[in-house]
Ligand binder design. Structure first.
Ligand SMILES: [Zn+2]
Length: 305
């Protein structure tokens, strides 16, 4: 009798254990979905003054303004190692990569992670379900992860789309609340523009972003310090797809632009735009054919400057 009781208790506790493990894999904080982001910085802005959707980074060059000319374009020798995809750990990924001064992603010291990788990023969303779903589906098809740098006013308008990005296992970054030129703002306004997005994303997904990218690649020391203070890695980009520029609103143009600037560690800036979504499958195929893998943003060290 006693043995039987012990055995059934053991079975029961095993069953509970499994349930517990499953629980931890579910997306967090569904209860917090009801919490809407507060008006914050978005409350005072005139929506009509926003950068038009189709030209998100109009004033920004293909490469960030604060990159010295020639730094990025210096051709890097192709890595000799064979193509191997970036690691795709689902749980507690190791830190394998770090970002260098020109915003490219390089293996962390002591890591034997492949050099020949790119970081995929999509700015200025979340905007539209169909477009976003197309991008997410293509990323899944190629087992690729990306950072979606979101704006607070769009998160406020489309909280469900933010949840979608999170639930599909992609990474969310902070791109300020209003997509304004932060360099021209007061320190107080800068703080608000950054902190309000952290708060809104955390309320909806349960996790505050670990990456920050300033709109138009425009920043100053205060912006960089605030991003760090909020626990984020500040980054511009090293490979601008130019998908926001006039004349680049065609899939083949976007692909050609990325391929021209391609090098190991390319930090590729794209947007949630129709021609980019259309280009993505072919772009990722071509990158793989050239031997590039896709960095899982979760494996990038965000604790360094
Ligand atoms: Zn932007």
């Amino acid at each position: 009798m006693k043995m039987k009781l012990i055995a059934s208790m053991l079975i029961l506790s095993l069953a509970v254990g499994c349930g517990g493990n499953t629980e931890t894999k579910q997306s967090p904080q569904t209860a917090e979905k009801q919490a809407q982001p507060q008006a914050g910085a978005g409350g005072t802005a005139d929506p009509s003054s926003k950068t038009p959707d189709q030209t998100p980074e109009q004033s920004a060059p293909a490469k960030p303004a604060d990159q010295a000319a020639g730094q990025v374009t210096a051709p890097e020798k192709p890595a000799e190692q064979p193509a191997s995809p970036a690691p795709q750990q689902a749980e507690a990924p190791q830190v394998l990569y770090t970002m260098n001064k020109i915003y490219s992603i390089v293996p962390k010291e002591g890591s034997d992670a492949p050099k020949k990788v790119v970081l995929l990023t999509f700015d200025d969303g979340p905007k539209e379900k169909e477009l976003l779903t197309s991008i997410l589906d293509t990323l899944d098809k190629h087992k690729a992860k990306a950072i979606f740098f979101v704006n607070g006013y769009r998160v406020k308008a489309n909280p469900d789309l933010l949840t979608l990005i999170h639930e599909r296992g992609q990474v969310i970054g902070n791109h300020s609340w209003d997509h304004i030129d932060l360099k021209k703002q007061t320190n107080e306004k800068i703080d608000q523009q950054i902190a309000d997005v952290q708060k809104a994303v955390k309320e909806i997904t349960g996790t505050a972003p670990k990456f920050f990218r300033p709109p138009h690649g425009s920043s100053n020391e205060h912006v960089k310090n605030k991003a760090k203070e909020e626990g984020m890695l500040f980054m511009n980009w090293s490979n601008g797809s130019r998908d926001w520029e006039k004349g680049y609103d065609k899939p083949e143009k976007v692909i050609a632009s990325v391929m021209e600037q391609l090098g190991p560690g390319s930090n590729i800036l794209m947007h949630e735009l129709p021609w980019t979504a259309e280009a993505l499958d072919s772009l990722l195929t071509q990158l793989k054919e050239k031997g590039y893998g896709f960095v899982d943003p979760n494996t990038i060290d965000t604790t360094v400057k």
